[in-house]
Every structure is written in structure tokens, then in C-alpha cells.
Ligand binder design. Sequence first.
Ligand SMILES: Nc1nc2c(c(=O)[nH]1)N[C@H]1C(S)=C(S)[C@@H](COP(=O)(O)O)O[C@H]1N2
Ligand SMILES: [Mo]
Length: 228
Amino acid sequence: MTLRAADLPPGQRARDDFPRFGLTPYATRFPARPADPALECRLPGRDPLALPDPLAGLPRVERRADFHCVTTWSCRGVGWSGVRFADFHRLHLQPGLAALPVAALTVVLRAQDGYRTTLPLADLLADDVLLADRLDGAPLPLEHGAPLRLVAPAHYGYKSVKHLARIDLVVGAPRLRPAALAFMDHPRARVACEERGRWLPGWLLRRLYRPLVPGTVRRFSAAMAARR
Ligand SMILES: Nc1nc2c(c(=O)[nH]1)N[C@H]1C(S)=C(S)[C@@H](COP(=O)(O)O)O[C@H]1N2
Ligand SMILES: [Mo]
């Protein structure tokens, strides 16, 4: 661990590595189809849309962004490549949404390992949100979300769903049991506002989460090594 740099968001500390990380039960859960990027999309009142190659036909972009985990570690300057979620939306989602306004829609994001969370559609349309299939110039490795992950740098890492498998657009607040306990899953989780969780203030969650980092990093990397 290095000391917190002055330009990191409140409560964050930079680390030199980019660890495999997540909720403890997910340390030993892996994607069922790590080489198959197929994505299913569900829109209100429409048949499910199956996309075997979800990035096909979209402009590729590269983005460098800091990655902020809610437990207070940050990794500076991670280099992603993929397509903008906004471009994906324009091609595949918007045509099926008819007159439904963006502001009315929430997106449920589900992963091949069973992980799930939500974000407002409006947040996903920000220019820095990607569907990424490459990391630092190489194909996305299993530990960082192969075959396809969401990257939403303005939100805590728990919104950047790895091994993305399905996205559902729903009107209003979805009835979803989040992967984490309800208090841990803020509907927006914006890093700049320190929206670490619901109900409890960010400064308190910082203190609760920070001691869990070293053990969680060890657990996730041991599970990855065992899998190889
Ligand atoms: N499918 C899936 N996505 C996930 C998680 C997970 O356990 N499973 N953990 C989340 C959390 S809490 C964080 S901090 C980041 C970690 O991403 P990394 O393993 O690439 O560092 O992934 C997020 N997305
Ligand atoms: Mo996290």
C-alpha cells in the first residue's frame, strides 16, 4: 500500500497492484462460459434479445481510468478497451424502448458467476462507461472479468460487473435481491459523493470495510491460483 494521494476521492488509498476482488462468496465462483461473450438483453414488453457477439459493429474505444473499490483501495490508470455503453445502447436497446424516457429506466446487470447489481440507465450512458473485453493491451483475463465486463469508473467497483451475461431494463426501481446485503448496494454508488452504501454514511463504511481488504485480496488470489 502506498499513502493516499491528494487527488484520490474521499477515503480512498492507492495500491500498486490491481487485485482480483469482490464479495467473499464470489472468490470461488467463476464464469460458466469464460470464452463466450454472449449477452442477453431484456426490455419492457419485448422478447429477450440474444447477442452472441455484443460488441460487433460498434466503434472500439480505449479509456484509462482509476478504479475505486468501495472497501477503500484504488488502482490508478487502468487501461481498458471495448465499446461505449452509450453506443451499445443506441444500437441495441434504444430502438426497443419506444417512448420510454431514459430517466425512468433502471438496468439490472447480471453475471455468469451469479453476481448482480443495478444502475440507473442514465448513469450507464456517461461517456466513460464501457463494455470492455481488453485490459492493458491484452484480452480481458479471467480474474478481471472475462469474457466481457462493465467498467463504470465514476462508481464504486461493485457496479463494474465482471463476466457480464444479461442486462434487463426495467421501469422504476427493480425488485432485485442484490448480491451483497441490501445496505451495501447503493443504487448509484458514485465515488465522488462517497455513496458507499445505503443508510450508513460513507465515512463509517470506510472504517468498517478497510480492515477486510488484505484478507479478501488473499482469498481471491488463492481461489484463482487453485483454479489454474
Ligand atoms: N461478476 C462479478 N463482478 C464483480 C464482482 C464479483 O464478485 N463478481 N465484484 C465486484 C467488486 S466488489 C469489485 S471491487 C470489482 C473488482 O474487480 P477486479 O476483480 O477486476 O479487481 O468487481 C466487481 N464486479
Ligand atoms: Mo469492491
